[in-house]
Design a protein around this ligand. Sequence first.
Ligand SMILES: N[C@@H](CCC(=O)N[C@@H](CS)C(=O)NCC(=O)O)C(=O)O
Length: 197
Amino acid sequence: MKLYLAPGACSLADHIALQEAGLTFVCEKVDLKTKQTEGGADFLAINPKGYVPALALDGGEVLTENIAILDWVSGQTNRLTPAGPLGRTHQLERLAFISTEIHKGFKPFFSGGSGEEKAKAAEMLAKRFGQAGEMMQGDYLSGPDFTVADAYLFVMLLWAQKNGVTVPAKLAAFRERVKARPAVKTAMADEGLLESA
Ligand SMILES: N[C@@H](CCC(=O)N[C@@H](CS)C(=O)NCC(=O)O)C(=O)O
């Protein structure tokens, strides 16, 4: 199995999830500007949408979109999905919130937005991070156990820190707690992120 990623991008969430799940996989970096992989392949032939993450399964099929990949990874182990009959559904609810309300909210920071657009985005993101903080049901989003939604939220919190977006103290503590997890350290080290973290 191969995860196509860009260091520090949203694909870090999938990298962390795969590592936490203890699955066997390799990573290949993608140059998001040239759409070439580290190995010289045309990334557009792998994911015509041109963005990471993409997960090439052992059978050859390729999964894209954070929500789908994280949901798939959580289905490979019994440790990364919240318990209960609605556990997976609530997890999808959180993943959708993080993807559509937080991840997309960072757009002005990555696509050369004006100062005004960035300030507006930071204000909206601070509100969304406040709501995410209220969702926390213990050390992690769904209680005492780490799930794939925590991996995604963690990456968003790294972006918030880098771009000066205000987050509740509860989430800053969560970010440090997640950063200390062995699987997270491994994934971050693989992406060369520990020096800058
Ligand atoms: N809808 C996609 C968005 C993924 C995405 O935004 N990827 C960014 C990195 S965080 C990317 O590869 N951007 C490069 C591009 O769009 O050309 C998902 O949730 O997986």
